[in-house]
Design a protein around this ligand. Structure first.
Ligand code: ZN
Length: 363
């Protein structure tokens, strides 16, 4: 009987669609959608005489319904976009320029999560509010899937706890994606999940990912070489926001400190004084702020320690406007390297052949 059903599926796709419309409009039969198998069961469709009384499976693509995917921060949204391409409906929950560590969901976000087939987040405690909404949604929608990229990329022994993410507060530093090798893992995990729940488009996801990984590999190697152009004694990062913990060890840099306390408030005058002493002792030429966090305190530190301040490093805010090539993960990393390595005395010529042009931008 299974073979008969599959034969019917391939022969009567359009008539099945028609059958569904009839079923729905006449309200005679039961139509159920399940998200874990991503198939739609049409029970006893009236024009399927050979299969009457049996379940007929149809994939999402057969129904021309795209997989509905919700993500959190912009770089992750863009990585997912580069895997899912045109075959998924994608929406990110954290608006550009909003602090991803303290963002709050609005009611329309809850609706989005409830309508989703798959929610993809960083995890590692970054988006606990999204996890709460998914938990709630599971009451009525048990098949809603959640993929925590970070949790599946590193193991607890690889977690980094540091200045703004001390072990005693519980969650490790979540900024995995600034290490391009981890971004590649994010892309592969996304590909595997999309292939799993939407097998009809598996080839498409696979090809997109292969192309994207090639690009990320060029980016990764380019950053490795570009960092080498920075004098060794300057390969130190002191940032306002503590987001370079996984970047630094991969590319031969050292995070010497972060200004932002673990509660994301303002540092105390005592902490500021300590940082100024440290910058003087380490003799770094520049320290770094961030677009989404206040810079007054960084300005003060830079002035008193007599170092340059660069205020444009970004961990979750994509440069450029929606639709522009640089409004992408690759674009963000290239912009970051320019803003980080040049003030430290290096250059980015090793990255001159890496372009975000042939990747998907955010929109
Ligand atoms: Zn961050």
């Amino acid at each position: 009987m299974i073979q008969i059903i599959f034969a019917i599926r391939s022969l009567f796709i359009s008539s099945m669609l028609l059958g569904m419309i009839i079923v729905t409009s006449m309200n005679m039969q039961k139509v159920t959608a399940t998200t874990n198998t991503h198939t739609m069961n049409v029970i006893g469709a009236p024009n399927q005489s050979a299969a009457a009384g049996n379940n007929i499976e149809m994939t999402y693509s057969t129904l021309a319904k795209k997989l509905n995917v919700i993500t959190s921060v912009s770089p992750i949204t863009n990585i997912v976009k580069n895997v899912g391409g045109e075959k998924i409906e994608l929406s990110g929950l954290v608006p550009e320029g909003v602090n991803s560590h303290t963002f709050e969901l609005v009611p329309s976000d809850v609706v989005k999560v409830n309508d989703a087939d798959l929610v993809i987040i960083d995890g590692l405690g970054l988006e606990t509010n999204v996890e709460d909404v998914v938990d709630e949604a599971h009451n009525t929608k048990p098949n809603l899937q959640i993929l925590k990229l970070g949790d599946n990329t590193i193991t607890p022994d690889q977690y980094i706890y540091d200045f703004s993410f001390p072990k005693e507060t519980g969650d490790p530093n979540p900024h995995l994606w600034l290490n391009v090798a981890y971004a590649m893992k994010f892309a592969n995990l996304t590909r595997d999940k999309l292939m799993d729940i939407d097998p009809a488009n598996a080839d498409y996801y696979g090809e997109n990912t292969d192309r994207y990984i090639t690009k990320l590999n060029d980016l990764d190697q380019g950053i490795m070489h570009a960092v080498q152009s920075v004098p060794e004694q300057n390969r130190k990062l002191l940032t306002y926001h503590d987001s370079w913990a996984y970047f630094a060890p991969r590319y031969g840099m050292v995070v010497i400190g972060a200004v932002q306390p673990s509660d994301f408030g303002q540092p105390t005058p005592r902490e500021v004084a300590k940082l100024i002493d440290q910058i003087k002792a380490e003799n770094v030429p520049a320290i770094f702020g961030s677009e989404v966090f206040p810079t007054e305190v960084v300005d003060q530190i830079a002035k008193e320690a007599n170092v340059k301040i660069v205020s444009t490093l970004s961990d979750d805010d994509l440069p450029g406007d929606a639709g522009e090539p640089q409004n992408s993960y690759v674009g963000m990393m290239l912009e970051n390297m320019k803003n980080m390595l040049v003030p430290l005395g290096g250059n980015v010529s090793a990255l001159s052949n890496v372009s975000p042009e042939d990747t998907y931008s955010s929109n």
